[in-house]
Design a protein around this ligand. Structure first.
Ligand code: SF4
Length: 100
């Protein structure tokens, strides 16, 4: 486990989404994100989750209460340019369920 993994693990276990159906965080295109965002609003690690997703270019799903489009707007406002990630199994779809 590297430092990045430790950082991720330090907050993700406290997420309000632990034990919640992960499908609500990865809605089909055009489907409602309301339920996922409601869970995030009650989450004690929302800020950490959002910062992680913004700084790591998470492309899919609701993280920290925001959609990818909303996170992209934050990156643009902050002038964050992401490095291309090497191919991973996430590149073709959603991340594994244990990431949320
Ligand atoms: S996605 Fe992030 S902010 Fe939302 S409930 Fe899970 S850990 Fe909390």
């Amino acid at each position: 486990m590297d430092i990045h993994d430790r950082e991720l693990n330090s907050w993700k276990k406290k997420g309000a989404c632990v034990g919640v159906d992960q499908d609500i965080f990865f809605p089909e295109r055009g489907a409602s994100t309301r339920l996922a965002k409601a869970v995030c609003r009650s989450c004690e690690v929302q800020e950490e989750c959002l910062e992680y997703a913004v700084n790591n270019g998470e492309k899919f799903g609701i993280w920290g209460g925001l959609s990818e489009r909303e996170r992209r707007a934050i990156r643009k406002k902050r002038g964050i340019v992401l490095k291309k990630k090497p191919y991973t199994k996430f590149a073709m779809g959603r991340p594994p369920k244990d990431l949320h």
